[in-house]
Design a protein around this ligand. Structure first.
Ligand SMILES: [Zn+2]
Length: 276
């Protein structure tokens, strides 16, 4: 059995126990406008974090990253560049098929700093992804994290930035990058990496292994919102979603139309626990 098949089977098995797990694992979940009663993440958890990757897909690096994440049962969020998708459509489909979240970075990696750039950088990529994946509710991470209020008003999606940045583009020093991440990461953080460098793939997998040992659980960004009971708002900026949300942190967030399927993250915790 391939690693991928094994992971998928584990998820299917986990889904059967999802109802029970939900009540054990989820803090507050807003679902269809109503609130589902739930307790907390596993008591042994050090926190829940989202691993995110920008600038892909790049076959040489994204593929081994997806393999490594599948082996570990770890979900991530990928903010893609549109011009890199032709020839890599299978990788984009694989991301969603394996439970990762796909988001919009930019069509050509130009900054989203004028209203016109929404038409040239966001909409074409949203259309491409909609054609490939059958939905169009993709969160947006603007290149360099830069946007304007005018742009955000036209995005039709939440803006997802980050709270932990090892600047993996600045060198190939995996040891430095891993140390940066594991020494800073805390509950609710969104970690920024780029799946276009071999060193970043190595950093991601080493950091995952270390953080799992320390009791952290991994979720996609949309799962992190749902776990925290925060409805993402279009045009709002989000950098992290800690358990203790301040009013300003909540105000600083965004909306996505697609419902997050509850069993997805319940299964996450189950499969990640089985790995340790
Ligand atoms: Zn970028």
């Amino acid at each position: 059995m391939s690693e991928r098949t094994s992971t998928v089977k584990k998820c299917v098995a986990g889904a059967a126990a999802a109802g029970l797990l939900l009540s054990l694992l989820l803090p507050r979940l807003l679902r269809g406008g109503g609130e589902i009663q739930a307790a907390s993440v596993p008591r042994t958890s050090a926190g829940v974090v989202a691993l995110t990757f920008d600038d892909g897909p790049r076959r040489k690096t994204t593929q081994p990253l997806l393999d490594g994440l599948a082996q570990r049962g770890i979900p991530a969020t990928f903010f893609l560049i549109g011009l890199k998708i032709p020839g890599n459509e299978d990788l984009v489909r694989r991301m969603e098929a394996e439970g990762h979240q796909v988001g919009i970075h930019a069509q050509n990696h130009n900054m989203l700093v004028s209203p016109e750039t929404v038409g040239t950088e966001v909409i074409p990529l949203r259309n491409t992804l909609a054609g490939l994946l059958g939905h169009s509710d993709f969160m947006v991470r603007p290149p360099y994290g830069k946007t304007t209020q005018e742009v955000r008003a036209r995005l039709g999606a939440p803006v997802i930035l980050w709270s932990v940045d090892p600047e993996d583009w600045s060198d190939t020093d995996t040891r430095r990058q891993v140390t940066h991440i594991v020494s800073r990461v805390k509950d609710g953080d969104i970690i920024l990496l780029h799946d276009v460098y071999p060193s970043s793939v190595e950093t991601a997998l080493q950091a995952v292994d270390l953080l799992r040992k320390r009791g952290f659980y991994f979720v996609t960004v949309e799962e992190l919102f749902a776990l925290r009971g925060v409805e993402p708002q279009e045009g709002e900026i989000y950098r992290c979603l800690p358990m203790q949300l301040s009013t300003s942190a909540v105000r600083n967030c965004c909306a996505v139309g697609r419902q997050v399927v509850p069993h997805r993250w319940a299964t996450r915790f189950r499969s990640q626990r089985q790995q340790t």
